[in-house]
Write a protein that binds this ligand. Structure first.
Ligand code: NCD
Ligand code: ZN
Length: 349
């Protein structure tokens, strides 16, 4: 249990981020220290351009991450493969053999940033999924349908019926993480389903409902996919995250985009939270009166699902007001963190 030493200090086992976008090149070099300061390990998303589809790609990307890590920082990137219609089942075996590839990510084609090479029909992947089930390699799911007739806000709920249920019926032993869930429907589905399923929840979906995107004008820095939903869904996610149910764990989905790509006629989806992730989560858990549940969510449930050891060492959060910077430098660009300019009342030491 998190040690709440006083109402003003929390110490917990060093946490992990089970869903992060680190990008590449100068952008990666800029955002990586933020994640490495907050987290011991992170599941690194493979939606680069071009995507990370082979064990060799993942190995090279991992080397670039480790090279970019500032001296003296400890951080372990947990690599993933990007599933396509053509993923060779043998590639899954090669990935497993590396020891550093921990999952395969399903992006339905067209669902989100850099998903064009994603899966058009999951039946095309059944051979690869069979090998994943056999090897205990988790499938990480971006759970949204892309059909034009489905309302944007209903895409996750419809995905459960059209894709998730059939998938789990056909692969009952396949480990699945329903990534960045945003609805009561998904929280309920994961809590009640049989077999090896879990879900990540972002800080922004715990803190905000969809009003935030439109408050006083259009606020592109609150636009992500899956998009923020109604208040009733936010409350259901907060209940799930703070319930102590070990199926729910931390995944920031921190997704950096340069300011010009967000503040644009066609702004990119993604919220940047790696800078202040634990502070944002502490704020949400405190709102729910559940700071004592933060450690399980941030530091214990994820390793248990992935079959990895719990981290050594601790981090401490202190009640201290500070202002989120208006922007940070990302290579040759600026990056606006979520809630830029606003005050947070928790600070990670
Ligand atoms: C992510 C990105 O920018 O790579 N964007 C987002 O809104 N979350 C992709 C994703 O995880 O959907
Ligand atoms: Zn993501």
């Amino acid at each position: 249990m998190s040690i709440i030493e006083s109402p003003d200090t929390i110490t917990l086992i060093r946490p992990d981020d089970w869903h992060v976008h680190l990008r590449d090149g100068s952008h990666m070099a800029a955002v990586l220290p933020h994640t490495a300061r907050q987290f011991a390990r992170a599941i690194v998303m493979p939606n680069l351009k071009p995507p990370v589809t082979t064990a060799a790609d993942a190995s090279a990307y991992r080397d670039r991450i480790l090279t970019a890590l500032p001296a003296g920082m400890r951080f372990e990137p947990l690599m993933t493969l990007y599933l396509t219609d053509n993923t060779d089942p043998d590639e899954i075996r090669r990935a497993q053999e590396t020891g550093f590839i921990h999952a395969v990510k399903l992006y339905p084609a067209g669902a989100t940033t850099n998903s064009a090479a994603g899966v058009t029909d999951l039946r095309k992947c059944y051979k690869a999924l069979e090998v994943m089930q056999e090897l205990d390699m988790p499938l990480l799911v971006h759970g949204e349908v892309t059909d034009g007739d489905i309302d944007l806000f209903d895409r996750e709920a419809v995905f459960i019926e059209r894709v998730m249920r059939p998938l789990r019926r056909d692969f009952p032993e396949l480990k699945i993480v329903f990534e960045h869930i945003t609805t009561r429907d998904a929280a309920q589905y994961v809590a009640e389903a049989e077999g090896p399923i879990a879900a990540t929840i972002t800080a922004h979906h715990l803190l905000y409902n969809r009003n935030e995107i439109f408050k006083g004008g259009i606020n592109p820095h609150y636009y992500c996919l899956p998009v923020l939903k109604r208040e009733e869904h936010r409350l259901a996610l907060l209940t799930a995250a703070t319930s102590g149910d070990e199926r729910f764990f931390l995944g920031t989905d921190s997704a950096p985009h340069a300011v010009h790509a967000k503040e644009s006629a066609c702004g990119c989806a993604g919220c940047y939270t790696a800078l202040h992730a634990m502070e944002l989560y502490a704020t949400a858990f405190e709102q729910a009166g559940a700071l004592d549940k933060l450690e399980a969510f941030a530091s214990l449930n994820g390793p248990a699902f992935y079959g990895l050891p719990v981290n050594e060492g601790t981090v401490t959060l202190k009640r201290e007001a500070w202002t989120i910077p208006p922007s940070v430098t990302m290579g040759e660009h600026q990056l606006v963190p979520l809630d830029a300019g606003n005050q947070l009342n928790w600070k990670m030491l």
